[in-house]
Design a protein around this ligand. Structure first.
Ligand SMILES: CC(C)(COP(=O)(O)OP(=O)(O)OC[C@H]1O[C@@H](n2cnc3c(N)ncnc32)[C@H](O)[C@@H]1OP(=O)(O)O)[C@@H](O)C(=O)NCCC(=O)NCCS
Length: 267
């Protein structure tokens, strides 16, 4: 245990690693020894080498990261998967921690909070996509229009910015793609920071959420969605490092956009 969990009252922590960079069989063996029976069985069933490797590194990242905050051995965490697929800590209960993970080529991210609803999404923009066509089919009219107005060289970044923000919100709600994507609306080009609108089907208020969009590298974007409490917005802080290998190092985050801080009303 190396972290003061009380920091999570005013911060949200993102732990980053790259599955592709971890190839040492001895360390991968140590990761396998951290898995539960269910995780080990699932690992054995994954057909693709890339996905199997990513699954293993993700489990090791989640387990070792949570153990940074409380006196629980990485192999002792027990997880349960919600009906919509979101893993949550089942045991030990009452630790006051929650997490969400995301993976893409080059990055695995594990977001840790003190229990608030929160989601993270990372996307590698090198995937080729018909961004305008997808935006017209899946995004809100204003989002597609904003994208169309982008200069050609900014179009892909803009599209993936919207995509990761939507995913981070859907993951924070824990509902996956059962919520209507068009109803989660982000505008990136305004002067007042990131603008958010949550339309009626979501039964939610945009003012209750804090969002941050970051560039992790020239090809990877990350979005974080955090349910707001009564206090000031949380600081989003990140570390990079490989599970069980040396010290993780604090990494500065390059912000692309974030929701303006909500004024805190003092009564
Ligand atoms: C599963 C989903 C939650 C995220 O999928 P994704 O972006 O492909 O994958 P990510 O790597 O970001 O996230 C996967 C992780 O999310 C977590 N997760 C799964 N279901 C979840 C849910 N309902 N809520 C929150 N987190 C969830 C899991 O930890 C999973 O990783 P694991 O299987 O290794 O444990 C869901 O939103 C999805 O399938 N999206 C499809 C993509 C799409 O159509 N996006 C349109 C955006 S415009």
């Amino acid at each position: 245990m190396s972290f003061d969990a009380s920091r999570l009252a005013h911060e949200a922590h993102v732990w980053l690693t790259s599955a592709e960079a971890i190839t040492d069989e001895a360390i991968l063996d140590r990761y396998r020894r951290l898995l539960s029976h269910e995780e080990a069985a699932h690992l054995g069933e994954i057909g693709s080498n890339r996905v199997r490797h990513q699954y293993l590194v993700t489990r090791a990242l989640v387990r070792t990261t949570l153990s940074r905050y409380v006196e629980v051995a990485p192999e002792d965490w027990v997880f349960e998967i919600s009906a919509r697929g979101r893993p949550e800590i089942a045991e030990p209960s009452g630790m006051g921690l929650r997490f969400n993970v995301s993976h893409t080529r080059g990055v695995v991210a594990c977001l840790v909070t003190d229990g608030i609803d929160a989601g993270v999404d990372v996307e590698n923009m090198e995937r080729s996509r018909d961004v305008r066509g997808l935006a017209e089919r899946r995004f809100a009219v204003e989002e597609a229009a904003e994208l169309k107005a982008c200069a050609a060289e900014g179009e892909k970044n803009h599209f993936f910015g919207l995509w990761t923000l939507k995913e981070a919100y859907l993951k924070a709600r824990g509902q996956g793609i059962t919520l209507p994507l068009r109803s989660v609306v982000f505008l990136l080009s305004g002067h007042e920071g990131l603008q958010v609108r949550l339309d009626p089907p979501l039964e939610d208020r945009a003012a209750d959420w804090q969002f941050g969009l970051f560039e992790l590298s020239s090809s990877v974007l990350m979005a974080v969605a955090l349910a707001r409490g009564a206090g000031p917005d949380r600081r989003i802080v990140a570390w990079r490092g490989d599970p069980l290998l040396g010290q993780a190092t604090r990494t500065p985050l390059t912000e692309v956009a974030s929701t303006p801080s909500r004024p805190v009303v003092v009564s």
